[in-house]
Design a protein around this ligand. Structure first.
Ligand SMILES: *Cc1c(COP(=O)(O)O)cnc(C)c1O
Length: 731
């Protein structure tokens, strides 16, 4: 068999380096043994440094090194690779190269692939079976420079006259397809540095326990129980002790050269690189993650930029987070979260996600779950309860346009308030008789998708990073310059994800939290006292931030107390028990160093919508306007500030008419949108909202939607009916 001869030659040529530092020997052997007898396969473009880096990595680990070019191909062909390419031409070269590797059988080596190996599927499958494919993701300009300096003339495709730039572009998808782990190389990074990163990446890959999670309320040391992994936190949502899950090791930090690599990337590319760093590949493989991310942030967003940043005026920018299918920023999380959820589901069970919503969450959850592919949808359903008179007409139509008979996503109106819906859902989770019955009789587990779920928070980190990268790309800041972000805050998810973006290394100076007159957060930052006693929810024009208990705040307190679970348990346990807690002065100081908070009245909110429209033609939704007012008050103008535009004005049209003082606003929601669209220079009308309203106006209105009595038993019946319709179909 010709290949084993070649391989024998290769292995004879292997250079075994003694480990350089005897003191770190145990460390070295741990790293090497992490992968057992698997190979470490370095993949990348020609000129990416695979050979050089491979040698360093092999020496550090005390492993043999195989250079596919020299040790396999030249040994087999008995001629230089360049000569072979010149002799047979590109196409035949690729085939012969692939053939030569189809029986590859080395183990426990560091293998430097050729730049063209990934173009031959059969060979690459074989190689991948033998170990871990590490992609040296080197900037294209670096590659061009190096190849120019090396006067390289043996790249497949070059002989046919294609430019190296084109060849690199065409190959990138192949590298992206095969990688197990990515090593993102800053421009001009030295081989030693890249090798160090390879070692780190291999170590993380081999250690499933590298990225585990703990509860915000756990006391740290006593973590002898089973490890909680990404899949567990996505499915469980809340930790058993009532706390919220956070990554045990914190967030991975990226350095400036790495961030700069992301500047020229598209939104899904940025999302992929960032999420790869935050989700362990043993939980979601790089290729699965890629599929999910590109599905989540594709044509379902009406802006190709997904979350574009627009200049508003002076030092203020808005990040438009409303281009998703349901026109609120919840889509950024919920176009991805259901896919992660379906991926992490244990086999053999059906999952019914129960949601109580006061507006934007409902439609975003329904849309996200309804897009699951048939396989996942067969096992996953979502049932949304909304207060029949507690959401606006547009939100209601968005929710009820989902859910025909056997849909896996359904919304039911309840003639009561949000609180009743919320309480009933919570009661079902606590009712062991019910959950036991559903599990035994129907093989169905109840789950939730609320904003404390890690898989909802994590995707939000990406858009804060992306906003800063956009400002770099557009020359507003140079990387390292500070910016502030200002977000309308309810459950503090948006704010918390900005804090995490900062942790990852984005130079965010201050996260400004904006409340409406339901200002429990602003009061907390001002006094250190979180006090729900005697506080009542007052309806507002920005209903998505009408909130009393800001659930993700617990993660923030965990963060600023350096992960002190006892402090968190004491404070938030106190909130559950006594509706009140007070943060100690040192904690408060640290909170204020990271974030500030303010609030705005209804009058100020409307005035801001009106004046921004008058000055710039831009029409903000009331939530965005709350952020604008608070930024005007708290931000000092010394650096740019990004306002989170969390909803499209079309979702809250009546408030827009009121703010703009337009008399005789049309009754019909679709007509309202047309009027506002003609008034606003920007942003453009939201296609999804418009289509939803026009469809319902075009005859289907009055078709009605499912409702049920405001009675716990009736809600339970809805759950059972949904399970029967979705999961008990005979296939
Ligand atoms: C949900 C929502 C918010 C609040 O976001 P949190 O992350 O809970 O603070 C703000 N604006 C809009 C439009 C929303 O739908």
């Amino acid at each position: 068999m010709p290949l084993s001869m070649a391989l024998l030659n290769a292995l004879r040529a292997v250079r075994r380096y003694p480990s350089p530092l005897s003191t770190s020997k145990s460390w070295l052997s741990t790293k090497a043994s992490l992968l057992g007898d698997q190979n470490i396969l370095l993949m990348g473009a020609p000129g990416a440094g695979k050979t050089t880096v491979g040698r360093i990595v092999a020496r550090r680990l005390g492993l043999p090194v195989i250079d596919v070019d020299d040790d396999v191909l030249e040994a087999e062909w008995k001629m230089p690779v360049a000569a072979k390419l010149a002799a047979v031409g590109g196409e035949r070269f690729l085939e012969e190269e692939g053939q030569a590797l189809c029986n590859f059988s080395a183990s426990g080596c560091v293998v430097s692939l050729t730049g063209s190996n990934p173009l031959h599927a059969a060979a690459m499958r074989r190689l991948k079976e033998s170990g871990l494919v590490v992609y040296l993701d080197v900037d294209g300009e670096d590659i061009l420079q190096r190849l120019g300096a090396m006067k390289v003339n043996r790249i497949v495709g070059q002989e046919a006259g294609a430019s190296v730039r084109d060849i690199l572009l065409r190959r990138k998808p192949f590298y992206e397809k095969w990688l197990d782990v990515r090593v993102l190389c800053g421009r001009g990074a030295a081989a030693e540095e890249v090798a160090e990163k390879v070692l780190e990446a291999v170590e993380r890959y081999g250690d499933r326990d590298a990225d585990t999670f703990v509860s915000t309320r756990s006391a740290g040391a006593a973590s002898s129980g089973p490890k909680t992994r990404f899949g567990d936190v996505v499915i469980e949502g809340l930790a058993a002790d009532g706390g919220l899950y956070v990554p045990k090791r914190g967030f991975p930090k990226m350095d400036a050269p790495e961030w700069l690599r992301l500047v020229d990337m598209s939104y899904p590319e940025r999302a992929l690189v960032l999420l790869e760093k935050c989700i362990h590949p043993s939980e979601v493989s790089a290729s699965d993650l890629r599929t999910m991310v590109f599905k989540a942030y594709g044509s379902n967003f009406s802006s190709e930029a997904v979350a574009p940043v627009k200049h508003l005026h002076r030092n203020q920018y808005v990040q438009e987070l409303f281009h998703g299918p349901t026109a609120s920023f919840k889509d950024l999380a919920l176009q991805l979260m259901p896919q992660l959820f379906a991926h992490c589901l244990p086999q053999m069970c059906n999952y019914l996600v129960l949601v109580a919503t006061s507006g934007d969450t409902g439609s975003a959850v329904l849309d996200g779950f309804a897009r699951l592919d048939a396989d996942a949808a067969r096992r996953t359903g979502v049932l949304v309860f909304f207060p029949e008179d507690g959401v606006n007409e547009t939100q209601k139509l968005q929710m009820t346009s989902h859910g025909g008979g056997d849909d896996n996503a359904r919304a039911v109106g309840v003639p009561s308030d949000f609180d009743f819906c919320q309480r009933s859902v919570k009661r079902m989770f606590g009712a062991s008789g019910l959950t036991g019955h559903l599990a035994v009789e129907h093989g169905t587990v109840l789950s939730t998708a609320n904003s404390i779920n890690w898989a909802r928070l994590l995707p939000q980190v990406v858009y804060h990073c992306s906003a800063y990268l956009d400002l770099c790309r557009d020359g507003v800041v140079a990387f390292g310059d500070p910016v502030d972000v200002c977000v309308p805050s309810g459950n503090f998810g948006n704010a918390m994800s900005a804090v995490y973006a900062k942790r990852m290394g984005v130079p965010i100076r201050t996260v400004i939290c904006a409340s409406n007159h339901n200002r429990v957060l602003a009061d907390f930052f001002a006094t250190g006292e979180y006090d729900l006693r005697g506080r009542r929810l007052e309806p507002s024009r920005s209903p998505a931030i009408d909130i009393l208990k800001s659930s993700n705040l617990e993660r923030f307190v965990h963060h600023v107390s350096d992960g002190d679970g006892r402090v968190v348990a004491e404070l938030f346990g106190g909130l559950d028990a006594r509706r009140h807690f007070r943060a100690a002065e040192p904690l408060l100081r640290r909170m204020r160093r990271e974030a500030r908070a303010g609030w705005c009245s209804e009058g100020e909110c409307l005035a801001a919508v009106r004046s921004v429209h008058a000055q710039t033609g831009y029409l903000m939704d009331p939530h965005t306007a709350v952020a604008k007012v608070v930024a005007d008050e708290l931000q000092d103008g010394s650096c740019p500030v990004v306002l989170a535009a969390t909803a499209h004005y079309g979702k809250f049209a009546p408030a827009a008419f009121e703010a703009l003082r337009i008399q005789n606003a049309p009754e019909d929601p679709a007509e309202q949108l047309r009027r506002l669209g003609a008034t606003a220079a920007a942003p453009r009308p939201h296609g999804g909202v418009t289509a939803c309203l026009e469809e319902s106006a075009g005859g289907q209105r009055g078709r009605g939607h499912a409702t049920c009595q405001a009675d716990y038993g009736a809600l339970v019946e809805e759950v059972e009916r949904m399970i029967q319709d979705s999961f008990l179909k005979v296939v």
